[in-house]
Design a protein around this ligand. Sequence first.
Ligand code: ZN
Length: 336
Amino acid sequence: MTTSILPWQNDTWRQLTARIAQGELAHALLLHGPEGVGKNQFARELAKRLLCETAKGTAGACGQCRSCQLLQADSHEDLFLLTPEEERTTIGVDAVRALIEFMNLTPRRGKFKVALVFPADRMTLNAANSLLKTLEEPATAAVFILVTSRPAMLPATVRSRCQKLHMTLPDHQTAVTWLTQRMASPTEAEHALRRARGAPLSALAEANEDWRRAEENVFQQWCNVAKNPSLVFDTAQGWTKGDGSQALRWLSGWVSDMARCRATNDTAGMVDARRAGALQAMAKQVDLKPLFTYLSAVERAVRDCGGALNSQLLVENVLLEWAALFGRTAQGHSQG
Ligand SMILES: [Zn+2]
């Protein structure tokens, strides 16, 4: 077993390495599951394991052989990483064609040519259809590893060509134990895990200082929009410069906290206990029913963001509805 495999993914790892040993690994795998569960890390370990020249059994890549060295230098000739280009949010048909051409070549070093596609749901429909043809008749050495937290956004035809591996969140105790080894204290681990809705890798990332600063900025801007809707468009633009879905995930936590303390007048059990006071104060200004309606809207936006819909428009709507909750519209007139 390799130490880079997360404890809650050991079983999946054992199954896959057994299939590799028996020469029965599927040509296309679809790794899916929630954000922050460790799908990408797992996919990379699997790619390394397939390309390593000496690994056997459930062991991971050896880290020593020529292939492993090339992987560490990001220059292995049999691995193709397909992700959206920096300036774009989608994976286009040209990129997929280049991948297909690559995958049809004979391996340069070992037995496999490996493609890592993530997030696979970012493929345009044309790109996905183009990949589909290859998934129907893959080259003998080809292994496609598709990674996504939104499998429903892939065409059903593509999904049906892949062996699906569902990566689930670990149980609470496993996650806390793992996080505690990486954070200051079990209490901090508990808090971070709660804020990340049980996703350990998100919890760890969120504990990072930059991340906290970004979260605080989003919170402040969101509070400002409630008072001044003319900020909606600039705010939405800022949030969607990178991946707007992160800001929306934070929002969904805060809104669910607001709904909880509006309904029960109790701050215990809040996702973001550090902001309990501010969230409670905002919750008092709005009615419960519209707050729940808004919560559904935010959760829908979290799901849709980064997909086919225009992310900025999506975030703008979420912010406009937010301002409207406080009786404010984009023109600055009071609704009532
Ligand atoms: Zn190796």
